[in-house]
Ligand binder design. Structure first.
Ligand SMILES: Cc1cc2nc3c(=O)[nH]c(=O)nc-3n(C[C@H](O)[C@H](O)[C@H](O)COP(=O)(O)OP(=O)(O)OC[C@H]3O[C@@H](n4cnc5c(N)ncnc54)[C@H](O)[C@@H]3O)c2cc1C
Length: 488
């Protein structure tokens, strides 16, 4: 995956079957689906791949125990099926994760036990293992740092866990294997129409300033929380459809939850679930659900969200995590589709596909776990609405790029890995390397800042950049990293 090569392909192709706006889970999934069916496909991401919500998830491939509590059977069934498919097609990035639901009250064991048996049953053949009841002793053996006072036992169940940004990069590489052109730092700046119907888009190479007109037969808007900004280009004054909701995570050292078992706290003050999940040798705690007015590229955790997570984890762990224990924190925005309810926890988590009068197709909502099904649905819609030839979806059994390669370390700063990432993964900025090609920034923000000068030096050498570029990159990254560091 080489950016200059991608640009020369962009320049030589007269018309594309499918153009996609947005390089998160939804857009990249659509690019893989379209290209693997044999459509000439091009994708534009305004910043880096997965730099939006898709690198800021809880890292779970799950049916959603919470949606089961809400009775959303269809959503859970679909997600459980997709969970199984993802673990099969990307075993290098997604794996079976054991969870405990600790029981402190007499009714919790039968209540959650029955719910999780239904969850097992719904997963059917793609199940990851049966749930079971554990005694207090068995529970503390698996999770020795759980608060033992009044602990009665736990329910053990299985779900999936993955590396979201790495999966996004591998999706881009998979699409490229099928000759799709995927470009980062390439915002879509306008829509081209003839007689009110979409004929193409205007785009700008952020790194050179050069502008292009791209012709396409179908256009897909997969811009997550930015959906309304593209809809506004299509239909000025349209009614807003996204209600953004912020979720944050705190990352602490493994000693707070040693071992491989994750914990699900089934009910917080605001009726949510809270997770403590081992990830790359750290523990991710989260998340929150805070309605926000503004859509920003770099959301920042709010003080009350930080306190909420620290308070609830302290209730369940024998040692309370303090602010100084937080190695990193990160926030993401959910692109929830507006309903009548004002409470974001109740808004639709299902995906939605909308075809405009101009024939632009918008896809939004959903979750990482269901990206493949969302992609299948949106490309089927493009075939139907934009007169493309009928071609069957092939992603059910499609191994993703990296399936048979060694998995790179999530915190590597070796020159070889940095160079490979620049040359093969379109890593253009220090932030791309430290946040999404590796996961340094999310795992230990201070260590990431310390690594930035060395990373910038190797990148500059590989990209042919000068000393000024190195200084500017280190400065920009250090400033960004402030949002990930929790002060005392
Ligand atoms: C806190 C939190 C936790 C979550 N946890 C989980 C989880 O554990 N498991 C799970 O399955 N799901 C989870 N999700 C949901 C999942 O992360 C999202 O559904 C998914 O990442 C959305 O992907 P997307 O591609 O639609 O949006 P994004 O990832 O936001 O991608 C949209 C992209 O469009 C780009 N864009 C916008 N405008 C333009 C333009 N003009 N030109 C070019 N590009 C443009 C943006 O830069 C952005 O990169 C979580 C979400 C949140 C917020």
């Amino acid at each position: 995956m080489n950016r200059s090569l991608m640009i020369s392909q962009l320049e030589s192709q007269q018309e594309w079957d499918i153009a996609i706006i947005g390089g998160g889970a939804t857009g990249l999934g659509a690019a893989v689906d379209a290209a693997s069916r044999g459509f000439k496909t091009i994708l534009f991401e305004q910043h880096d791949f997965a730099s939006g919500t898709s690198s800021r998830s809880t890292k779970l491939v799950h049916g959603g125990v919470r949606y089961l509590q809400q009775g959303n059977i269809k959503l859970v069934m679909e997600a459980l099926k997709e969970r199984g498919i993802l673990l099969k097609n990307a075993p290098h990035l997604a794996h079976n994760q054991t969870f405990l639901v600790p029981n402190y009250k007499w009714w919790e064991s039968p209540f959650y036990g029955i719910g999780l048996k239904i969850y097992d049953w719904m997963a059917g053949k793609l199940g990851l293992g049966p749930s079971r009841f554990l005694s207090k002793e068995e529970t503390l053996k698996l999770a020795p740092t759980l608060d033992p006072t009044d602990l009665r036992g736990a329910i053990l169940y299985h779900d999936g866990q993955f590396d979201d940004a790495r999966l996004a990069i591998n999706l881009a590489q998979t699409a490229a294997q099928y000759e799709a052109v995927v470009l980062n730092y390439f915002p879509v700046t306008g829509l081209l129409k003839v007689q009110d119907k979409i004929q193409g888009i205007t785009v700008k190479d952020q790194l050179t300033g050069k502008q292009y007109e791209i012709k396409c037969r179908a256009l897909i808007n997969a811009t997550g929380v930015f959906t309304d900004s593209i809809l506004e280009m299509d239909d000025p004054g349209h009614e807003k459809m996204i209600a953004p909701s912020q979720g944050i995570h705190l990352v602490v050292d493994k000693e707070f939850l040693p071992g491989d078992t994750a914990i699900l706290i089934p009910r917080t003050d605001d009726g949510r679930v809270l997770f403590a999940v081992p990830w790359h040798d750290k523990i991710v705690l989260g998340t929150t659900d805070t309605p926000v007015e503004q859509v920003v590229a770099e959301p920042v955790p709010m003080e009350e969200e930080i306190r909420f997570i620290l308070k609830h984890t302290a209730l369940y762990l024998s040692r309370d995590p303090q602010r100084s224990d937080v190695r990193s924190m990160f926030a993401g925005l959910r692109p929830l589709v507006k309903g009548k309810s004002k409470k974001t926890a109740a808004l639709s988590r299902d995906h939605l596909i909308m075809v405009g009068d101009s024939k632009m197709i918008t896809i939004t909502g959903g979750k990482w776990t269901t990206y493949r099904k969302m992609a299948e649905d949106v490309i089927n819609t493009a075939i139907k609405e934009n007169g493309l030839p009928e071609k069957k979806c092939v992603t059910f059994d499609l191994h993703l790029y990296g399936y048979d390669l060694p998995v790179p370390s999530p915190v590597s700063v070796t020159p070889g890995d940095i160079r490979r990432s620049v040359q093969e993964e379109m890593c253009m900025m220090v932030e791309d390397y430290l946040s999404r090609r590796t996961r340094h920034l999310l795992l230990d923000a201070r260590a990431a800042v310390a690594a930035a000068p060395a990373v910038a030096a190797v990148m500059a050498e590989t990209l042919g950049r000068d000393k000024e570029w190195v200084e500017e990159q280190v400065k920009a990254f250090t400033s960004l990293a402030k949002n990930y560091i929790l002060s005392d």
